[in-house]
Design a protein around this ligand. Structure first.
Ligand SMILES: Nc1ncnc2c1ncn2[C@@H]1O[C@H](COP(=O)(O)OP(=O)(O)OP(=O)(O)O)[C@@H](O)[C@H]1O
Ligand SMILES: [Mg+2]
Length: 491
């Protein structure tokens, strides 16, 4: 039988390529569809990769934004952020520049003592940027792994931070499935099984009903995507790709509790032109195209490193789409925390990569004053080479006042659902002032456990003291070890 299967009213369909699109017209649903160029566009649902580790997110879960007014002035306490006004206002301007596309290829350094909210401000920037602008957060230590070269890890992170917004007009069939019949025949390879040889599908909108017959490949797609009567679907006319939008609100309810989205039956004609907009990252495109270009990919395990040729080909395709007005670049942010862990080679590589027209905005954070640049004996401000420093805009964070520490602890306690007595809050504030804000914040959870042991819903000063006795802060722990070392050496 001919491998191309027919959907008679539609003409020849070819379902060899696939991607998912989010349709801006209706919801943020994903559609399956094929792209007419040779560029393989992967399935993407989320472009942001704020952090892989739970711990890192949870420490900043109270932050909702930068807490600025329309005039970009920082409010005292807003969006979970307290004080640190100058840095927040600077971050506000940067968010504006990023949104206006005026920051691409530029870099920012957030510098300040430990626990003064550098990571918190970067998280706030990501919240302000919204969902459509990629924001990638990594710790510089993540570049050093056995899986790939460090420069490869860096370039992949940079390309995850660049979005490509693609717009397309496509002819689609859209509506509720009101009839679906399969013509089943024995599987030629396994006659005990039956497979669909063809199917007849009837699709209806509120105003029109049309019936189509389809060949076995598309019929198989109906089965594998679980399409049934009552579903609202969209089929790309050119490629035959099918997307399932949800259950029709006209369909009879099958279960009392359903996990499916209920959608309206569309109006108008079954066959229509629709505009699709979706954002993928350059890294998504690299990966999808690398997979396709490798002849051995079927048999060999996928390599995590991507060829430079693949990247160049992707860049060229994307550029031509941009020139044709069919795509837009969306430069996002790559936030590299704990920058002092980067070494000279990574810095040099990044400096060069920032020159490219497809570079993201780089935000670095450092709590070091003067430090050796890793991999050299050169001491430089923040452990960053001078030529890179030269192109960075610098935001500084300052130590907090007692009142600010107190408010931050209050906010963190509220975020974790922990009740504090007034004395306990005072004690934690004092600890935060004397040692570090982070230590005080970290004591919240163990102190709360001690409160629970007392069968109390409120943390008292005794719980805080008990937790502070058990868990050391950095000064205590290093002093303790120093004492031990001295003792050992004395012997
Ligand atoms: N201005 C602020 N408002 C509210 N919460 C804050 C603020 N500053 C810091 N925090 C919270 O205090 C804790 C420590 O801050 P953060 O981790 O951002 O410090 P940092 O400057 O990145 O420190 P390090 O140099 O050690 O990385 C976090 O839980 C953070 O969310
Ligand atoms: Mg930090």
């Amino acid at each position: 039988m001919c491998p191309t299967l027919l959907l008679y009213e539609l003409g020849t369909l070819n379902s060899s390529m696939s991607l998912k699109l989010s349709n801006v017209v209706s919801t943020k649903r994903l559609y399956s569809q094929a792209f007419p160029l040779t560029l393989v566009i992967p399935m993407v649902s989320e472009i942001r990769e704020i952090s892989k580790t739970f711990e890192r997110i949870s420490a900043h879960s109270h932050i909702r934004g930068l807490g600025l007014d329309e005039d970009l002035k920082a409010k005292d306490v807003a969006d979970g952020l307290v004080g640190q006004k100058k840095a927040r206002e600077a971050a506000g301007i940067i968010v504006r520049l990023i949104k206006e596309g005026k920051m691409a290829g530029r870099g920012i350094l957030i510098a300040g003592p430990p626990g003064t909210g550098k990571t918190a401000i970067a998280v706030a920037i990501s919240k302000e940027l919204g969902k459509d602008i990629p924001f990638v957060q990594v710790s510089a230590s993540e570049f050093f792994s056995t899986e790939m070269k460090k420069t490869e890890a860096l370039i992949q992170a940079m390309r995850k931070a660049i979005g490509v917004r693609i717009r397309e007009r496509r002819i689609v069939l859209e509506g509720e499935v009101v009839g679906l019949d399969y013509n089943m025949v024995p599987n030629p390879y396994n006659p005990t099984q039956k497979v669909p040889e063809s199917a007849t599908i009837t699709i209806a909108t509120k105003d029109e009903k049309r019936t189509f017959s389809v060949g076995s490949r598309i019929a198989m797609q109906f089965i594998s995507s679980g399409i049934e009567v009552g579903d609202v679907i969209v089929i790309d006319k050119e490629t035959g790709r099918i997307g399932r939008l949800g259950k029709s609100n006209r369909a009879k309810k099958k279960y009392d509790i359903e996990d499916e989205e209920i959608v309206d039956v569309p109006n108008g004609r079954v066959e229509k032109e629709k505009e699709f907009t979706y954002v993928v990252t350059l890294h998504d495109l690299d990966e999808a195209n690398a997979r396709r270009s490798s002849i051995f990919s079927l048999f060999s395990p996928p390599s995590r490193e991507i060829d430079n040729e693949v990247r160049q080909a992707v860049d060229e395709k994307v550029k031509s789409l941009v020139e044709e007005g069919r795509a837009e670049l969306v430069p996002g942010v790559l936030f590299i925390d704990e920058t002092h862990l980067m070494d000279i080679e990574l810095f040099a590589f990044m400096n060069r990569a920032m020159e490219s027209d497809m570079a993201p905005i780089i935000i670095l954070a450092s709590n070091r004053g003067f430090a050796k640049i890793r991999g050299t004996d050169i001491v430089a401000p923040h452990g960053i080479p001078l030529d890179l420093l030269d192109r960075l805009l610098i935001i500084t964070t300052e130590p907090y006042s007692r009142e600010e520490i107190k408010t931050i602890i209050e906010i963190r306690a509220a975020e974790s659902g922990i009740m504090l007595s007034r004395e306990a809050l005072e004690k934690l504030t004092e600890i935060g002032e004397k040692t570090s804000l982070r230590y005080a914040v970290q004591l919240l959870a163990p102190a709360n456990e001690y409160a629970k042991l007392r069968k109390s819903g409120k943390v008292e000063i005794s719980d805080v003291n008990r937790a502070a006795e058990i868990f050391a802060d950095v000064t205590q722990s290093s002093e303790y070890l120093k004492k031990w070392e001295e003792k050992l050496l004395a012997h």
